[in-house]
Ligand binder design. Structure first.
Ligand code: HEC
Ligand code: HEC
Ligand code: HEC
Ligand code: HEC
Length: 183
């Protein structure tokens, strides 16, 4: 009950501050500690190197950066990073938020869609073949290994804390601007 009330408050402040992507980025290294498999797969992928394929002049060209390093200017992040797709991790990355799928999304975690891919994989990208979502999604798999690990270790995982307490704990670490709007 109390938790639901607080969630509504968070939802209001999230909406008031604009799109999810507007939150500060913590950088891929910050995700690595908890998402080892995802990080390793991403690091070896063209997305991680997307800025490196540009020449020094092109690396200063906003027309190229918009797809090859979309958060270069606003967040000082090179390449297409975790947070370019999943949203800035400022509020969702603490463990007790991440463990609560619903809360994580209220705090800015984004589920990337086909439409999001097509923002960059469009007719103006160099590929001669049309973008095949299912095939390209498979080609950038960075979740199967982690899901398999979670499944096999679920029995040994320690019981989670009560959600209300976890949420209150999280709330205490939030800046006044976010907390103020919660009644
Ligand atoms: C302190 C550890 C921690 C950090 C740091 C962290 N995560 Fe998570 N993340 C988790 C846990 C735990 C889950 C829940 C996994 C589960 O369902 O068992 C999760 C879930 C996710 C999910 C799946 C959510 C869902 O419900 O389907 C995504 C996507 C994700 N994290 C992305 C990120 C990104 C991107 C970053 C870096 C900005 C990040 N995480 C940082 C621990 C963390
Ligand atoms: C609309 C998004 C978009 C823009 C803008 C864009 N690119 Fe790309 N670029 C892509 C995508 C997506 C790929 C890879 C997939 C493909 O081949 O379609 C790519 C691939 C490349 C590659 C090949 C990399 C490799 O690994 O072989 C180079 C080089 C490149 N782009 C340079 C540029 C330069 C230079 C600019 C600016 C003048 C630019 N791109 C602007 C989306 C874009
Ligand atoms: C180009 C966009 C993109 C980038 C970059 C990206 N992801 Fe993802 N991520 C996705 C998509 C799309 C899915 C969902 C795949 C599915 O379920 O079909 C996903 C799934 C995940 C999942 C699994 C969620 C679950 O339900 O089990 C985790 C964890 C995750 N990503 C973390 C990361 C981390 C950490 C990074 C950086 C090291 C990263 N992602 C980079 C698009 C991206
Ligand atoms: C912010 C722009 C951006 C977004 C969003 C994005 N990509 Fe990419 N992607 C790129 C660029 C740029 C490259 C080329 C990198 C290089 O080769 O240097 C690329 C390369 C790839 C590649 C490897 C080359 C190829 O075409 O086979 C795959 C696979 C891929 N992207 C899949 C996806 C999928 C699936 C999504 C959506 C979940 C997605 N991308 C979202 C910019 C983006």
């Amino acid at each position: 009950m109390a938790s639901t009330f607080l969630r509504v408050g968070i939802a209001v402040s999230v909406c008031a501050s604009g799109v999810a992507g507007a939150y500060d980025f913590l950088g891929p290294d910050s995700c690595q500690s908890c998402h080892v498999e995802a990080y390793t797969a991403w690091k070896a992928s063209p997305h991680a190197r997307a800025k490196d394929v540009l020449s020094p002049t092109q690396q200063r060209d906003a027309r190229c950066l918009s797809c090859h390093s979309p958060n270069d200017v606003d967040q000082k992040q090179a390449g297409v990073t975790c947070e370019s797709c999943h949203g800035g991790g400022q509020y969702y990355s603490p463990r007790y938020v991440m463990k609560d799928a619903e809360l994580a999304r209220l705090a800015g975690l984004v589920d990337p869609t086909e439409k999001a891919c097509r923002a960059c994989h469009d007719a103006s990208s160099p590929s001669l073949k049309p973008f095949d979502f299912a095939a390209k999604l498979k080609a950038m798999d960075h979740w199967s290994a982690e899901r398999a690990r979670r499944k096999s270790s679920s029995a040994s995982v320690t019981p989670e804390k009560a959600p209300v307490r976890s949420f209150a704990q999280w709330l205490r670490h939030q800046p006044p601007s976010l907390v103020r709007q919660t009644p």
